[in-house]
Design a protein around this ligand. Structure first.
Ligand SMILES: Nc1ncnc2c1ncn2[C@@H]1O[C@H](COP(=O)(O)OP(=O)(O)OP(=O)(O)O)[C@@H](O)[C@H]1O
Ligand SMILES: [Mg+2]
Length: 253
């Protein structure tokens, strides 16, 4: 076995066990398991409709799972009070599929929004201006602060969305399709930005993607979500060399 890093020795910051979620007769997740280690880039791949976004929404509490356990920093999130949960959630950044900026707000207002929502963590920052600027500088867009989303290109929108995620200084970042809809060059820029952020803030990340190049470049480990479960787990090299046709299908160009 080829060992590319020692990630598996690191502390587990996020763990999902036996997650089930159905919508009526549509059994989307049928016992999904996952472990995210400190500092790790974990890529999740799966066909469209396989339940990747549903899984990540269960993680952040946007969707309630039917059963299974989710622990964050060793705390079972189903057993926490609302207040404790909100505090913990401020440590998780979520980059939504698409960019999901508020169209009627400027870039600055879009970035201030999460600061207002998580007041407790940022009450000491009376002036949010510095945080907004720092966050935009991280994505190379400080000069776009007063623009409206309609004035931004697709790549710029994705950067602003990333800046909005970073402003909360999350310990864990969940990226849902960070490069989809972007041209290959812009996609590469976003990937290298994600790598810079990981180095600078030592974040742990889950990256949902269809983009095999993105997976190859960024992943420490990968999970293939097939038939509602964590069907295959391993490094890019291990999985891309696997002979199982269901696994092979992901790596054919
Ligand atoms: N709120 C919801 N109510 C009912 N069904 C839902 C809901 N959200 C998702 N689903 C269903 O769950 C399944 C998985 O959807 P999900 O969005 O997780 O797919 P995905 O793997 O993220 O796909 P994609 O790669 O296209 O983003 C789909 O069949 C979808 O129709
Ligand atoms: Mg999705």
């Amino acid at each position: 076995m080829i060992k590319t890093n020692n990630i598996s020795n690191q502390e587990i910051v996020l763990e999902i066990k036996n997650l089930h979620k159905s919508f009526g007769d549509n059994h989307v997740l049928k016992g999904f398991n996952m472990q995210l280690h400190q500092g790790e880039n974990l890529v999740i791949m799966g066909k469209s409709g396989s339940g990747k976004s549903v899984m990540i929404k269960c993680l952040v509490g946007l969707i309630e799972a039917d059963s299974g356990s989710i622990s964050l920093m060793h705390k079972d999130i189903t057993k926490l009070t609302q207040e404790a949960l909100d505090t913990l959630r401020a440590d998780i950044g979520f980059l939504f599929q698409g960019s999901a900026l508020y169209d009627s707000m400027t870039v600055r207002e879009n970035l201030e929004f999460p600061l207002r929502r998580h007041k407790a963590k940022f009450s000491k920052h009376l002036n949010t201006e510095a945080l907004v600027i720092e966050s935009l500088e991280n994505v190379g867009l400080a000069n776009a602060i007063d623009l409206m989303p309609s004035e931004l290109s697709g790549g710029m929108k994705r950067r602003v969305a990333l800046a909005r995620t970073l402003i909360l200084k999350p310990k864990i970042i969940l990226y849902d399709e960070p490069t989809s809809g972007l041209d290959p060059i812009t996609a590469k820029e976003i990937i290298s930005l994600m790598q810079d952020i990981q180095k600078k803030y030592k974040t742990s990340s889950i990256i949902i993607t269809h983009d095999v190049d993105c997976a190859r470049v960024i992943s420490d480990r990968m999970i293939l979500l097939i038939d509602g479960i964590d069907y295959a787990v391993g490094t890019y090299l291990e999985l891309s060399n696997n002979e199982n046709p269901k696994i092979k299908a992901f790596f054919k160009h």
